[in-house]
Write a protein that binds this ligand. Structure first.
Ligand code: XIL
Length: 299
């Protein structure tokens, strides 16, 4: 195959990119996007600060532009993200009353998920809830005011709002099976599956350093899949874009039947949130880098 999306589709997977609405007018950017990728994630436009900047006032301008681009060009759409401690407006962060916060969280989930109902393959319902280096949840207004049950509540609310979307828990530094954070996330997913809490997938962000994925990454994907969820690589980028790191990451996914797709977190190095590290598959001029060829040859 000659494109990432078509190559991934040969094994029933998608190959996506995070997209910024503000770049859709850049013809070099949209040419690469439309040619290479068959899935889109909004890099920022579906986050809480973008979609509900003040209580009850919903703004979908950027998110709609991305959803429209996906629909018009036949791309799948991932939803990112409904409940996250970051890019969260201060008006939410300042809520101290549990009944109020529960109502605000559920209204946010319901309103955003309902707007894109039927268009989203997978929603990152809760993002980055675990603390680095531990098995525990990180402090956040959600954990601190609602308790650890906020995650279950968010998933139940999302299921009611968009029953056809797969519902994912998404996090970073959970790729190494031996990491405490990975074990915390595993316990959460196992518990949800055991109790019938609606969860369908786990997203591994895969923001890697120059060494690429940990040696246990495929084991981690296999062990989560064995719980009865799909796994996805949701935000891949690797410092310096080493060919071996990219090839190993893609191979880990392809070796796991329930690894359903891979998303890179941007298109050209100049589009990256880690732009100084040149972590992506296309250079600043839109040319394919060696890592691109490495990925394509593994797909
Ligand atoms: C990043 C975006 O790429 C940046 O543009 C923004 O300034 C900050 O957020 N984990 C996530 C993503 O789940 O939403 C983050 O995206 C990167 C880390």
């Amino acid at each position: 195959e000659t494109t990432l999306g078509a190559a991934a589709a040969q094994s029933g997977r998608y190959f996506g990119a995070a997209v910024a609405a503000g770049r859709l007018g850049d013809s070099q950017y949209t040419t690469i996007l439309n040619r290479e990728f068959n899935s889109i994630t909004a890099e920022n436009e579906m986050k809480w600060d973008a979609t509900e900047p003040s209580r009850g006032t919903f703004t979908f301008g950027g998110a709609d532009r991305i959803a429209n681009h996906a629909r018009a060009n036949g791309k799948r759409l991932r939803g990112h993200t409904l409940v996250w401690h970051s890019q969260l407006p201060t008006w939410v962060r300042d809520i101290r009353d549990a009944a109020t916060l529960r109502s605000v969280m559920n209204n946010h989930i319901t309103t955003v998920a309902t707007r894109y109902r039927g268009q989203i393959d997978s929603w990152d319902v809760v993002n980055e809830a675990f603390a680095d280096g531990t098995t525990q949840l990180r402090p956040s207004v959600f954990r601190d005011v609602l308790g650890s049950g906020f995650i279950e509540e968010a998933f139940r609310t999302a299921r009611a709002a968009d029953p056809a979307a797969k519902l994912c828990y998404n996090d970073y530094s959970v790729e190494d099976w031996n990491a405490a954070k990975t074990q915390g996330m595993y316990a959460l997913v196992r518990d949800f599956k055991a109790r019938g809490v609606p969860i369908d997938c786990v997203g591994f962000q895969a923001h890697f350093g120059s060494g690429g994925p940990p040696a246990t990454f495929q084991t981690t994907l296999t062990n989560f899949a064995a719980l009865g969820v799909d796994v996805q690589i949701t935000e891949l980028d690797i410092a310096g874009a080493p060919t071996t790191g990219y090839a190993n990451t893609v191979r880990a996914c392809l070796n796991v039947p329930r690894c359903t797709g891979i998303t890179v977190w941007g298109i050209r190095d100049s589009d990256s949130w880690r732009s100084g590290e040149n972590p992506l598959l296309f250079d600043r001029s839109g040319n394919k880098k060696p890592a691109y060829d490495a990925v394509l040859s593994v797909l």
